[in-house]
Each structure stands twice: as structure tokens, then as C-alpha cells.
Design a protein around this ligand. Structure first.
Ligand code: FPP
Length: 271
């Protein structure tokens, strides 16, 4: 991906509370093209350019995990010409970007089903993962032929298979074990979901992993998204009060032995 010529200078607010895992629903390519009387493919092409800039910006800012939604299991229902063009763009992305991503220490991974994809695309996915598996910089994950419900059903099936063969006692199944059967096993939970394009929905993306994520919805269409939008979303994230279901620290009072209320010491760094 192209190097951004801007230097990394996250705002003070964002720097003090940078999310470890940012997930982006890249939306608005079609409208971007329509606004310019261009074919939808032109929006997707510009969408890849926006993705390049975003990956570069994420590296500069020091985000550890960036996961983007490129093709959902529902996208197969689009006209065949658009599906074919997205598959073609995937091939172009591989040939244009993978060598550089490898050099830039980006670890590229894919989530989603390989079955159903053309064989050459499945092979490119394997190759991209293999050639960057030793990289330790940004963890960049592309959700391609991905649906969160399907991912969770497959995780449940894998646990059920182990239980049926006696390898697993069902009563030992907990949240951690379930997480480790997802394709994001070992990733931190999503801290921040960014959705450009004006819609305010999750669209079957990382439903388990984003259970406690903050959401930032932006009106900008994805092809126009850039470092400034990422920084604006990080700024908003930095100002959010994350509670994970708890009370804010100032309200966490409990009765003391003499009947008066006193503050608890319960306050986590991440709340
Ligand atoms: C949603 O916009 C976007 C997509 C379905 C495709 C996203 C794909 C890319 C950004 C490029 C492909 C990336 C790789 C790595 C191959 P939309 O088409 O639904 O836009 P609309 O809501 O305006 O119609």
C-alpha cells in the first residue's frame, strides 16, 4: 500500500487512549460513483485507494489491529457483474499491494469462508497470509465472504463436534473457549467500529467481537475517507466513557461499616 506522506501526529486526546482494535465497515462506494455518474466499480476502485491510505494511517498512528469489511456473505446477492468486479479488484489488490505490505511489516489475514470463492482467490488469500505470517507490525485483517452469524455457527459446530466425540465436556464451554473457535482467535476484542457512509447499523460484522465496542458513524462516503477521518473517529473514541456494564467510578459507592457510603476502589484502566 502507498506510504502516506503525512507524518504520524495523533492528537493528544487520541494518543492517550488509542484503541487496540479498530474495525471499519467500508460503505458508500456505490453512492460515491453514482454522484459522479460513474459505474459502481469506479467507487470500489476508489474504495481500495481509501483503504491503502487508511492502512498507512493506522500504521503511523500505532493501531495494533485493523479489520475491514470488504465482502459480506450477503454481497453475493448483488448483480453478477458487480460481484465479478469485486473479485477482480481483490486480485488487483493482491498483485498491487501484497509485496509492499510484506515489506512494511503488515501481517495480512482474512476472515470469512474460503469455500465458495474462486480457487485462485482462495489460493491468493492463503499466499497473502503465508507471506506475511512472520510480520509483527499492524495486524490487518480483511473480512471477505464474511458473515458474523455464519462465523458463530461454525464455532458452535466445532464445539459440538468435540463434545459429541467426548473430547470436550459441554459444561466447560465458556466465553473464552468460544472466542477461540472464531476466526479472530487470539485477537483483542474490537474497541472501535467506524462506519462511514451515513448508515447506522452493524450489518452482520464481528457481532461477538464488538460486544463492547464504541461506534462512530460518519457521513463521509468510504472513497473519500482518509487519515483525517480516522483521526476524528479516534478523537471521539478517546472522549468516550467506556464502562463495560459498570457504573461510572463516581457512582460506585457502597455502604461502609459505620453505615455511611464510601467509594469503592473498583476502577479499571479501561472503563
Ligand atoms: C459497500 O459500499 C462496499 C462494498 C460492498 C465493498 C467494499 C470493497 C472495497 C472498499 C474494495 C475491495 C477491497 C478489497 C481488499 C478487495 P456499497 O457498494 O454498498 O455502497 P452504497 O451503499 O453507496 O451502494
Amino acid at each position: 500500500m502507498a506510504n502516506s506522506d503525512e507524518q504520524s501526529k495523533p492528537s493528544a486526546a487520541a494518543a492517550k487512549n488509542t484503541p487496540r482494535h479498530v474495525a471499519i465497515i467500508m460503505d458508500g462506494n456505490g453512492r460515491w460513483a453514482k454522484n459522479r455518474l460513474l459505474p459502481r466499480e469506479a467507487g470500489h476502485v476508489k474504495g481500495i485507494a481509501a483503504l491503502r491510505q487508511t492502512v498507512a494511517a493506522a500504521r503511523e498512528i500505532g493501531i495494533s489491529y485493523l479489520t475491514v469489511y470488504a465482502f459480506s456473505t450477503e454481497n453475493w446477492d448483488r448483480p453478477q457483474s458487480e460481484v465479478l468486479s469485486l473479485m477482480g479488484l481483490f486480485r488487483r489488490f493482491y498483485h498491487a499491494d501484497m509485496k509492499r505490505l510484506k515489506k512494511e511489516d503488515v501481517r495480512v489475514r482474512f476472515i470469512g469462508q474460503r469455500e465458495g470463492l474462486d480457487k485462485d482467490i482462495a489460493a491468493l488469500i492463503d499466499q497473502a497470509e503465508l507471506m506475511t505470517e512472520m510480520n509483527a507490525g499492524l495486524n490487518f485483517t480483511v473480512a471477505f465472504n464474511y458473515g458474523a452469524r455464519e462465523e458463530m455457527v461454525l464455532a458452535a459446530q466445532s464445539l459440538a463436534r468435540d463434545a459429541a466425540t467426548g473430547r470436550l465436556n459441554p459444561s466447560t464451554i465458556g466465553e473464552n473457549m468460544f472466542s477461540h473457535r472464531l476466526q479472530t482467535a487470539g485477537f483483542p476484542d474490537v474497541d472501535l467500529v467506524i462506519r462511514p457512509g451515513g448508515e447506522k447499523r452493524i450489518s452482520n460484522f464481528l457481532l461477538w467481537q464488538a460486544a463492547y465496542a464504541e461506534f462512530v458513524f460518519l457521513d463521509v462516503l468510504w472513497p473519500d475517507f482518509g487519515k483525517a477521518h480516522l483521526e476524528a473517529a479516534l478523537e471521539e473514541f478517546a472522549g468516550r466513557d467506556r464502562r463495560f456494564g459498570r457504573l461510572p467510578p463516581e457512582d460506585e459507592v457502597e455502604p461502609s461499616k459505620d453505615g455511611n457510603s464510601e467509594r469503592t476502589t473498583q476502577q479499571t484502566a479501561s472503563s
